[in-house]
Design a binder for this molecule. Sequence first.
Ligand SMILES: Nc1ncnc2c1ncn2[C@@H]1O[C@H](COP(=O)(O)OP(=O)(O)OP(=O)(O)O)[C@@H](O)[C@H]1O
Ligand SMILES: [Mg+2]
Length: 278
Amino acid sequence: MIDIRNATFYYNEPDEEDEDAGHKPALSHVSLNIPFGEFVAFLGRNGSGKSSLSRLLNGIELPTEGTVLVEGHNTSERSSLPAIRRAVQIVFQNPENQQVGITVGEDIAFGLSNIGWPQEEIASRIAWAIQLVGLEADEERPVSNLSGGEKQKLALASVLALAPRCLILDEATSMLDPVARRQFVETLHEVRKQVPFTLIYITHHLEEVTGADRWVLFRSGEIIAEGTPAKLEQDTVLLENCGLELPYYHRLAGLLRQQGISVPADMNEQKLRDLLCT
Ligand SMILES: Nc1ncnc2c1ncn2[C@@H]1O[C@H](COP(=O)(O)OP(=O)(O)OP(=O)(O)O)[C@@H](O)[C@H]1O
Ligand SMILES: [Mg+2]
């Protein structure tokens, strides 16, 4: 559904002087193909280009060179932008920047009205979206009364109501504590079972994306590796190179193996706990 071909992107077009001064692109010769329904994690240090690429995907920014195709539509063609912006929805780090309604219901209704959702179906769609993300709030509840985690869920409900083909979560859990973060990730997986969509998940926390189909590693505006978590987890040097740290239970499993204790490869927190208890 997403096809990025040799995309290079500068926030400000370089002039010759800049080029001499080593003006660097935010993204450099990026190619990536994402089929519908895939769960992909974009990973890498601060400033490595993850958010820039997500902005190219819904046409907020256009590639300086190369092409970005979303379901066959080229983001550089102005006439394609409404379809692309509808297909690809982004939730950013701070949900408050995206909340436009006074109440939960108004907030979800805003996007629906914008895309011309039939007026008589908006109320039932709001109820559907609230229930889908497990937000324990009725539609009359003021947004200002929600906790940080509830605001994140509302941001998720507001975009899922629009039935996106692709959802990009750009550090959308960064405001949450570890418990709320785990709940949010679980909610997301429950939702994907009910309504399939492509999920691009940007995070600095690898434990949130151990269940991804693919990890894409960014460094200095380039994609330097991609593959399944099971494969890339093995390459600790590569991960370190991208500023990524495996969850503590991976390191613990490694230390146990060094001591000659047999630990299965598909380790997670629960399995390791069970193993240690036996
Ligand atoms: N609005 C902007 N104008 C100019 N340069 C920008 C802008 N936003 C980002 N950049 C630059 O583009 C490069 C890539 O930044 P980007 O925000 O895509 O990184 P990121 O991987 O999302 O980082 P983080 O993990 O900190 O969110 C960086 O060098 C950054 O300084
Ligand atoms: Mg970013």
